[in-house]
Design a protein around this ligand. Structure first.
Ligand code: ADP
Ligand code: AMP
Length: 254
């Protein structure tokens, strides 16, 4: 028996109180995690993979503009308006979709920006005008960005990741033939659908996407650095190793 203030508690009660204290501390630590995030890095660096885990573990809202467009292409998402049909043509060629179309898609999903646990914007913004428009949108919504996470990876590893990437055609996740294989050969773990290669992961399209990244998206690194928001994370290693590095960086930079 021990006495805490005016209350005497036995061992069982003490263990329970300790457990509650620990849970409260953990939840406070989680609440302090930087969690309004832009994810940067070349196609294939692992942004979507990390965003998926941030969503699963912390409830952070994952918004991928590429995923929205792939849903439209598959007929699972929005109706194909002429702007969206044109967007899909840009996408197939590995070029960037016009800013106005992308911004409209993001504005329609502004609820995600208000998610209690935060948001991870994956593949958006990709140009300076998009980044400035995001700043304006956040201001209008009374929100601030916590950090821009840049996942950095040598080009030869980027190419290996892209060439082995397979996705569930029903949007149930991203796999890799070697690094993140499904449990059953070439089948989605969640729905059993046969995994497919992304149309824009073909080598000739990958070249165009890398050019678009270098020309239009890489300048965002300096843009966010100037705002004091840039955190660079080494994206080498297994997905769970990168995730540990990410979470530590989000805590360290408080
Ligand atoms: P991005 O969203 O940046 O384009 P993805 O998350 O789709 O990249 O990852 C690209 C490919 O690399 C996918 O096949 C994914 O399974 C694989 N991948 C992601 N992270 C890692 C990692 N840390 N190690 C090995 N492969 C990875
Ligand atoms: P991702 O899934 O992020 O690799 O995006 C796939 C493709 O969708 C890109 O190559 C572009 O054609 C298009 N796309 C996605 N997000 C954007 C964006 N923010 N700006 C312009 N194009 C985009």
């Amino acid at each position: 028996m021990v006495t805490v203030g005016a209350v005497t508690i036995d061992g069982v009660q003490r263990k329970r109180a300790n457990r509650l204290l620990l849970a409260a501390r953990r939840s406070r630590a989680r609440a302090r995690l930087l969690s309004r995030l832009v994810l940067l890095g070349p196609p294939g660096a692992g942004k979507g993979t990390q965003a998926e885990v941030l969503e699963r573990k912390f409830g952070i809202c994952h918004l991928s503009t590429g995923e929205i467009l792939r849903d439209v292409a598959a007929g699972n998402g929005l109706p194909q308006t002429s702007a969206l049909k044109s967007a899909l043509r840009y996408m197939r060629r590995g070029e960037l979709v016009p800013d106005a179309t992308i911004l409209e898609l993001v504005r329609e999903r502004r609820d995600c920006l208000h998610a209690h646990q935060g948001f991870a914007l994956d593949g958006f913004p990709r140009t300076l005008p998009q980044a400035r428009a995001l700043n304006r949108l956040l201001l209008q919504e009374g929100l601030t960005l916590d950090a821009a996470l840049e996942f950095s990876l040598p080009m030869e590893q980027v190419i290996k990741r892209l060439s082995g990437r397979r996705i569930c055609p029903n949007g149930h996740g991203v796999y890799h033939l070697k690094a993140r294989p499904p449990k059953v050969d070439e089948q989605c773990d969640r729905c059993g659908a046969k995994l497919v290669r992304r149309e824009d992961d073909r080598p000739e399209v990958v070249r165009a996407r890398m050019n678009a990244y270098e020309k239009s998206t890489r300048p965002l690194i300096a843009f966010y650095k100037e705002q004091g928001l840039l955190i660079t994370i080494k994206a080498q290693g297994k997905p769970n190793e990168v995730f540990t590095r990410t979470v530590n960086a989000l805590k360290r930079n408080l």
